[in-house]
Design a protein around this ligand. Structure first.
Ligand code: ADP
Ligand code: ZN
Ligand code: ZN
Length: 767
């Protein structure tokens, strides 16, 4: 008689292990690993997930006392390997087992046992997704010659996506908001046709799978090297990692496409992760054009039903290439040959709610479990990946870096110029705009071109800065920038919690700790103020478009602002980080960074790395057209290695000094950093229990080499939605598994209801 190991989904009680149930004869064929089942636990019905089937009864219970599986609620969503990966995630990221299993389940389905009050009966809720949009859109013969009006950018984007081959309507509107009305109007003009899936299939696979895949005539040397390394890693079957380190536009996507093609030829599939904002209609189109309907897209803007539909194509083996955001990693693909993570340095690969996993780390583990290759791609690889490649191996598999330093066809990178704002200040400049940036803007106006201005801003963090030398007071114990709190007029360290009244730092007589200047000012300017000043210096016939959290709140506002910029004759787009990526307008000849510094001095050890990534990305935006374009970076720290590296197109300038600093401070990639956060409405209790957890952790790690505990301190966002937040930072050696130890300490502290705790292992966001 078979027995099933079932992980129970009980939210209030994080049960650490699986429980064994008997599989009655009627369910022997359907109760498999990966199914959702209904069982009894503690005298009530509970939903659970089968993680193993075994022939032997459990050892500790008499066979006749083992309860039966009562119902099978859903078909298998994961296999044995995935069950092992989930168990690994639960251990690594200190989360409950059902939380770690949930990402593997079919999207858009809810199965829960609920009750409406403490004395009410339990009942089962099963929600399945609604009907699915099966329509496909394709260009008609006439459509191929259709030319949209100059400012009809949405039409242009739809046509560009379809030029690569037909697409599902659902994908098109998920990746290009508002495209359904565009499609309707194009259909009326006979430019596109909309058909049901089945009919399209009836026309024969050819219309889809042999779509007009545009292949380059010849691959660059870098591309060939990358492909060879990937094929070798894949055939090795050990979970080896290849880092494709290629400048923006060097043809990384082309490499992925070819690598997938050779995997498919050998009967293997691929999972491709891209950041949500890069999952555009164009990206989808490129994969479709090469692989036709063997591609499934997983995107958060798809409806629940559509997501289920795509997921199910993968489970049934019809789609062998999965393209999606972070969670696509858990798609039920069998025979995985490749896992590809594009823009692997992106912080968004870390999930910020339970399970707080990092897709890169899970993928590396998964690749070993499945014996496939992991491909990481970026123009600005993470220091973690660079360091591992430097060692040559990590975690028992090889890490290989392949460089692609050139754009195909010899396209040039833009000219970069750094403006030292302390010099501007010294020569009397008090404007937000330096003289060189003003001149460049004037030129753009004169030539009726376009400019993009980046205001580097992360909102809440404020600090004091010397306008004469650029110095920012740092915590002497943590070498982390001190943040300035206006209300109390104090400087606070968010790593260790120490604070100083401003006048007393470092001594009341001299204001600047570095040069003694009295010009210490709170640093940070808002987009509104820049916009006002910009309008003052530009003639009235230049459009100024501001894009920030305030102007993009409404639905599709982001898209509309970009369209306005696209349609304008001469315009300046002013925006925060959100404009740095995905933007691809050939008429942009100038990219200005108003303040490269705010992120450089965030109290976060990754501040410099993020700044470097951002500047390098934004620099890649200029001069995509004929004109080579220029980038002007205004900064108070012109000599900072991150800035110098962008200026000289030499990443080593940055990584060498940054890695040395990290090693000295025992920060990642030389240690693992965990952020334990407690929050709640009552400040006294939050403080009390954060202290208690910190004391327990300190006791546990006292004699362990390489462990270090910082804090407790207020979080950078000390208050969020009325909840007070405090945190503790824990460094541990690379081979340690801090999740388990910390979970134990939190449990022992007996944190009461009303106070939430998060254990964020390998934290990316220290706010
Ligand atoms: P990345 O992903 O590195 O930004 P892409 O793969 O998108 O780069 O390539 C940038 C552009 O160069 C695309 O338009 C692509 O079609 C083109 N391209 C890529 N490889 C080649 C090649 N070997 N020869 C000519 N053009 C190429
Ligand atoms: Zn400190
Ligand atoms: Zn100074």
């Amino acid at each position: 008689m078979p027995f099933a190991s079932v992980v129970l989904d009980i939210p209030t009680r994080a049960l650490e292990s699986a429980f064994d149930y008997r599989v009655p004869a009627e369910f022997e064929a359907s109760c498999l690993v990966g199914t959702t089942v209904l069982v009894e636990f503690s005298h009530r019905d509970v939903v659970g997930y089968v993680v193993a089937i075994k022939g032997e009864p459990p050892e500790d219970v008499p066979v006749d006392r083992v309860l039966p599986v009562k119902r099978v609620l859903a078909e298998p969503a994961f296999d044995k390997v995935s069950a092992r990966v989930a168990a690994w995630m639960a251990r690594q990221y200190a989360c409950a087992l059902p939380d770690a299993i949930r990402p593997f389940l079919a999207p858009g389905q809810t199965m829960k046992v609920r009750r409406d009050g403490d004395d009410q009966p339990w009942y089962l809720v099963v929600e399945r997704s609604g009907p699915v949009d099966e329509r496909w859109v394709s260009l008609t013969e006439e459509g191929r010659d259709f030319r949209p009006r100059a400012n009809a950018s949405r039409q242009r984007q739809v046509l560009a996506a379809l030029a690569d081959g037909p697409m599902r309507m659902a994908e098109l509107s998920a990746t290009l908001p508002g495209s359904s009305s565009v499609v309707a109007s194009l259909a009326r003009q006979g430019v596109v046709s909309v058909e049901e899936h089945r009919r399209l299939r009836g026309m024969g696979q050819t219309s889809l799978s042999s779509a007009q895949a545009k292949r380059p005539v010849e691959l660059t040397k870098g591309q060939k090297d990358a492909l060879a390394a990937i094929d070798e890693a894949r055939r090795g079957g050990r979970g080896d990692v290849v880092l494709v380190d290629g400048v923006t536009g060097s043809g990384k996507t082309e490499v992925y496409l070819d690598a997938i093609e050779s995997a498919l030829a050998e009967g293997q599939g691929a999972i491709v992760l891209v950041p949500e904002i890069s999952l555009t209609a164009q990206t989808v189109g490129r994969f479709r054009s090469r692989f036709g309907d063997a591609v499934a897209i997983l995107h958060s803007r798809l409806s629940a039903g559509e997501r289920f539909d795509q997921w199910d194509l993968v489970r049934r083996g019809q789609a062998k290439v999965v393209v999606g955001a972070r969670s696509a990693l858990f798609a039920p693909l069998s025979q995985v040959g490749l896992i590809i993570i594009d823009e692997e340095h992106e912080g968004s690969y870390k999930q910020d709610s339970s399970p707080r996993y990092h897709a890169r780390e899970v993928a590396a583990h998964m690749a070993q479990e499945r014996g496939c290759a992991l491909v990481l791609g970026s123009a600005t690889p993470s220091l973690e990946s660079l360091e591992r490649c430097g060692r040559g191996s990590w975690g028992g598999v090889s890490w290989t870096r392949v460089r692609m330093p050139e754009r195909p066809g010899g396209a040039q990178l833009p000219r970069v110029r750094v403006v030292d704002m302390t010099q501007q200040f010294a020569s009397g400049g008090r404007s937000i705009f330096s003289a060189p940036l003003r001149e460049a803007l004037d030129q753009v106006v004169e030539r009726r071109q376009k400019a993009v201005l980046l205001l580097n801003r992360r909102g809440f963090a404020n600090f004091l800065m010397c306008r004469e030398c650029g110095a920012v007071p740092e915590c002497p114990h943590c070498s982390s920038a001190l943040t300035y709190h206006e209300r109390t007029h104090s400087l606070v360290c968010h790593s260790c919690g120490r604070s100083w009244p401003v006048a007393a730092y470092p001594n009341p007589a001299a204001r600047c700790p570095n040069c003694g200047s009295p010009y210490m000012a709170a640093y940070g300017v808002g987009t509104q103020r820049v916009e006002d000043e910009l309008r003052m210096i530009l003639p009235d016939d230049v459009e100024v478009i501001r894009m920030d959290a305030d102007t993009t709140r409404s639905k599709n506002a982001h898209q509309k602002l970009l369209e306005k910029f696209d349609g304008a004759e001469c315009a300046v787009l002013l925006g925060t980080q959100m404009i740095a990526k995905g933007l691809d307008f050939p008429e942009v000849t100038l990219v200005g960074v108003i303040n490269a510094d705010t992120t450089l001095k965030l109290p976060d050890f990754r501040a410099a790395e993020r700044t470097y990534d951002l500047l390098e990305q934004v620099a890649g935006r200029a001069g995509r057209g004929e004109d080579r374009g220029q980038v002007i970076i205004q900064t108070y720290w012109a000599n900072h290695p991150a800035i110098q590296a962008v200026l000289r197109h030499d990443r080593g300038l940055f990584t060498r000094s940054e890695l040395a600093d990290r090693e000295e401070g025992n920060y990642p990639p030389y240690s693992r950093l965990t952020n334990v956060i407690l929050w709640g409405l009552r400040a006294d209790l939050v403080r009390q229990y954060t202290d208690a957890v910190a004391a327990l952790v300190r006791r546990e790690v006292k004699n362990k080499p390489g462990w270090e505990v910082l804090g407790p301190a207020d979080c950078l966002k000390a208050k969020l939605k009325d909840r007070v937040r405090r945190h503790i930072l824990i460094k541990s050696p690379l081979d340690a598994e801090p999740g388990e130890l910390l979970a134990r300490c939190v449990k022992e502290a007996k944190v009461p209801r009303g106070i939430s705790v998060a254990i964020d292992v390998d934290a990316q966001n220290l706010g």
